[in-house]
Design a protein around this ligand. Structure first.
Ligand code: FMN
Length: 392
């Protein structure tokens, strides 16, 4: 057995009993609103990336500046939303907008947003192959402590080859990405929970005398999200995370999907999991205005960027023109999510249908987050209370 660096340098072995201030300071994760008792949780998605959830030149004051991001985050916080979820992106999707190409890195974004807000849950979306779990676990603890237990990580495996090629490696085959993800989250979890030091030696990671202090504010670990929708992805979610993020089209599919995810977590892993979805919300005083603004997004759409996304997603599979056009529209107006378009009553009706189909939350995009949040707070949220989807 070779000597560890600790031994070679004559360092005292790590004291397995950490000082009190390095222990988790809360029992459980009550501090993170993603675990509160609101029936339909609310969040914002993609405010850190240019064009947010719309691949379109539709008119909007939305811009990627820190001041603008802060204003959006603080409005969501004041309204009592549960989550701010950024998109992890390293380069844009081309087209006339270079969609999402101008974007803030998500851990540093989350740290600053955590300091600037009071109650809302703050997430970092992390491409696991781009960051070593020791670095990520430590960053997560730091943000968890800045936010007093409101932080979480959205674990993504990296599905866009041009992005992964920026890091010099070859993209792993689909299911292998989840194998790597499992080793990644196992190691991060060990760092969050284990006292003393330990070695790691597996197919993906090796190291000696690993330790990490302090421990997270939330015990045993920060909240975890994952957006795996494939069988392997759903398995990963059921085994490891608190919320599965789903991209689905019809209520029938949503109902079947939420039952499947919750059932797998319960039956196979004896754990609870929530399921949430995302989409573009276009809420206006009249249905005609909402439909007009939604259609304007499509009419001014960046079909080039949408085509690039679809080509990557389908990996060259041939599609009929009609289907490709329909898919492009879904991507242009909401990144492929579940759109809610209409009056406050109609949007609440849509949220009720999602809730009845087993969805625990809507993490939404808006054409102009900063300008539209107030209307949502004034007109939609009171109706959600009346509909039994939320309480005051
Ligand atoms: C709500 C949601 C958010 C996502 N966020 C990101 C992201 O920020 N960055 C990214 O590269 N992929 C993101 N993805 C893609 C997922 O990580 C994943 O590749 C995709 O859902 C397909 O998973 P599957 O291969 O298990 O079906 C997101 C997916 C969904 C549904």
């Amino acid at each position: 057995m070779t000597q560890s660096a600790n031994e070679r340098l004559g360092l005292a072995p790590t004291d397995p009993r950490p000082p009190a201030e390095t222990q988790p300071v809360e029992d459980g994760r009550r501090t993170n609103p993603i675990f509160n008792d609101q029936k339909m949780k609310l969040g914002l998605f993609g405010q850190n990336c240019s064009y947010g959830l719309i691949m379109s030149h539709a008119e909007s004051s939305f811009e990627i500046s820190w001041e603008h991001n802060l204003s959006i985050a603080r409005q969501a916080d004041e309204l009592g939303f549960e989550a701010l979820v950024p998109v992890a992106r390293w380069k844009g999707f081309g087209g006339s907008t270079n969609f999402n190409g101008n974007c803030f890195e998500t851990y540093t974004w989350a740290a600053a947003t955590a300091q600037a807000t009071e109650n809302i849950g703050i997430f970092a979306t992390s491409h696991l192959p781009t960051v070593h779990p020791i670095v990520a676990a430590k960053q997560a603890v730091t943000i968890d402590r800045i936010s007093h237990g409101r932080f979480g990580v959205n674990l993504v495996m990296g599905w866009v080859p041009p992005e992964m090629e920026m890091f010099g490696g070859e993209q792993r085959e689909h299911d292998q990405r989840y194998e790597f993800g499992q080793a990644w989250i196992d190691l991060a979890t060990q760092l969050w929970t284990e006292t003393g030091s330990f070695d790691v030696d597996n197919e993906f990671f090796s190291g000696r005398d690993l330790e990490a202090y302090p421990k997270p504010w939330q015990a045993p670990r920060p909240a975890l999200l994952n957006a795996g929708n494939s069988p392997r992805g759903v398995e990963f979610s059921a085994r490891n995370v608190d919320v599965n993020f789903a991209s689905l089209d019809t209520l029938e599919n949503i109902d079947a999907y939420t039952k499947k995810v919750r059932g797998l977590a319960k039956d196979k892993y004896h754990r609870e999991i929530d399921v949430m979805t995302y989409g573009l919300v276009v809420c206006r005083p009249t249905e005609a205005e909402a439909k007009r603004d939604f259609q304007n997004v499509v009419d001014k759409g960046d079909w080039g960027a949408a085509g690039n996304v679809i080509n990557i997603a389908l990996s060259g599979a041939s599609q009929s023109f009609d289907h490709a056009r329909e898919m492009s529209e879904r991507f242009i107006a909401g990144w492929g999510g579940y759109p809610l378009v209409g009056t406050p009553e109609q949007v609440v009706q849509g949220l009720k249908e999602l809730s009845d189909a087993g969805m625990g939350g809507m993490i939404m995009g808006m054409i102009d987050f900063n300008e539209e949040m107030k209307f949502f707070g004034d007109e939609v949220m009171p109706l959600m209370i009346e509909a039994g989807l939320r309480h005051a």
